[in-house]
Design a protein around this ligand. Sequence first.
Ligand SMILES: [Zn+2]
Length: 471
Amino acid sequence: MKIKFCGAARTVTGSQHLLEINGKKILLDCGLFQGKREEAFKINRHFPFDPAEIHSVVLSHAHMDHSGNLPTLYAKGFKGDIYTTTATRDLCAVMLQDSAHIQERDVDFINKKRAKKNEALFNPLYGFDEVREVMKMFKSVSYGKKFYIDGFNGNLSVTFFDAGHILGSSEVYMEINENGKKIKFGFTGDLGRFNLPILKDPEFMGEVNYLISESTYGGRVHDKAVEMEKQLTAAMKDAIARGGKIIVPAFSLGRTQELVYALSKLFQKQVVPRIPIFVDSPLSTNISDIFKLHHECFDRETSELLSKGNDVFGFSNLTYIKDVEESKSLNGFKGTCMIISASGMCEAGRVLHHLANNISDPQSTILIIGFMAPNTLGRKLVESKDQSNAMVKIYGEEHIVRAKVLVLNSFSAHADKNELMDYFNKLDKKSLEQVFLVHGDYDQQQEFQKSLGENGFKNVIIPEKLDEVEI
Ligand SMILES: [Zn+2]
């Protein structure tokens, strides 16, 4: 058996790991590389393997950096099956459509520049046709159900375990028989956290001989997930006292539903006044509808609330907005309200309008609940907290930041260093022969490798992109 690390190697984006088992190629994840436009453009158009040779894809979850390049794989000749959980399949149906939109917008931007220089124009990475076709290749399987991949004569079985990271997210456990040699192989996908709202806690997949593990926060400790409610209550009270609007840039998948859920609990307990809440994003609205279909992914608390008739994703003072005119009409809304809108890092989408309209109002609040990558508007807003008269650019226009920027650090969908270590400590060190750390910046990976070493895990490798190992 061979493993080739084709993405998310010493970085957090573009998850793709190629397994060669009994002479056939299985791709774990087929993520988009997200980064600087030119670099992403090159990487996402060229796979370091022939897509036509891929037998099947096993997909850990619906985040774009894990699933977002599947339509390109199809367009370049892949004809196999895509195995994933039911919820991940449903999420991919709307997320990939949205991604096709973004691809069109991105290529327009590049083509405008190229047209000025009389250079040949590019096509989008993929469009709606490729998304429609690739969706036909999905085979969805429930958590905990062992299944055999077609074409391996019973020598390759897969079981998905709940990774507790986002709706439908899974750890992939494989039992492999290669010429009589039996291998237990695991891929963590992205691991979630204990006590996250809505989702079940990460399950333990059991003993493995080889493990590919994520390491996003291998060197960092988060505020506890249980702090979330306390921090949110304090932020809401502060913002409501000042009387302006509360603008929350939030990822459509995960963070928006977690926030809505946390708010529903605060209103239920009557610890903050029931101000109007708007989720202003067509994608977030569609994703919230998919959440309602997948009770099998919910933890006990959420299931109990729902069984008692509490609609945690749709309470009386919450309005989902798809329509553009309705979205614009929020500008004229008088009084305190919260507008939750995408994109999560303030790089595009409707949140930009709401920021432009409220950022210079000292009564307003900008509530940051997610990770903001360097060079994004979201990061600039976080940094503006420590500056007086900070200026930011929105749609090419300068705005002075007078709104109060509040940052909550308890919302994170990734296990931190301690939670990752807790997971590892359940593994039997004797049967674990080798660990490969992926999906992390190199400094985080090195720190985690060191901690693993101190805890008795010796054979821990941080592969570079295109490294190949034989096991
Ligand atoms: Zn993820």
